[in-house]
Design a binder for this molecule. Structure first.
Ligand code: HEC
Length: 136
């Protein structure tokens, strides 16, 4: 009888990781599908908002509709020659690379901040993707 109880306990302990795995994996899986917009907005306000805003050029260029926009292309912002040389269009992948190392992507750029955390980058990019030019 005692032995049976012990075996039951072992079984329960063995099953717990499977159950919690399911719970823990679910948000990660949805983040993969584009990140958490609410968290991204909060991160954007906290980490980027000191230099950037959606609609006004500040220390950094304005960001509304940045995904799909040509790199270094907002009117009235004086970009560094380094960023102007990059060319092409901002995609989620390129933003991800930029946020891992602006100086690696455009050596001599005037932005230095990096976001080392993969999930935070994904959330910020998901938020920026919602700011297309139409919702002014
Ligand atoms: C300390 C100031 C500062 C902070 C904080 C900052 N940036 Fe920047 N950012 C800049 C500057 C300055 C530039 C222009 C760089 C250049 O011309 O070389 C820039 C440029 C950019 C560009 C290029 C835009 C374009 O029009 O091509 C993107 C995208 C960008 N930043 C995203 C971010 C994000 C996202 C964050 C927050 C995680 C962030 N930045 C935080 C200063 C900052």
């Amino acid at each position: 009888m005692k032995r049976l109880a012990r075996e039951g306990l072992v079984l329960v302990i063995a099953v717990i990781p499977f159950l919690t795995n399911g719970i823990v994996q679910a948000p990660a899986a949805s983040a993969q599908g584009g990140g958490d917009i609410g968290r991204g907005r909060a991160l954007y306000d906290g980490r980027c908002g000191g230099c950037h805003s959606l609609d006004v050029n500040r220390t950094g260029p304005r960001h509304r509709g940045v995904i799909g926009r040509r790199v270094a292309s907002t009117d009235g912002y004086d970009y560094s020659p380094a960023l102007r040389r990059v060319g092409g269009v901002w995609t989620p992948d390129r933003l991800d690379a930029w946020l891992q190392g602006p100086q690696r992507m455009a050596p001599g750029s005037r932005m230095y901040l990096t976001v080392p955390d993969t999930n935070q980058r994904r959330d910020i990019i998901a938020y920026l993707a919602t700011t297309d030019g139409s919702e002014r």
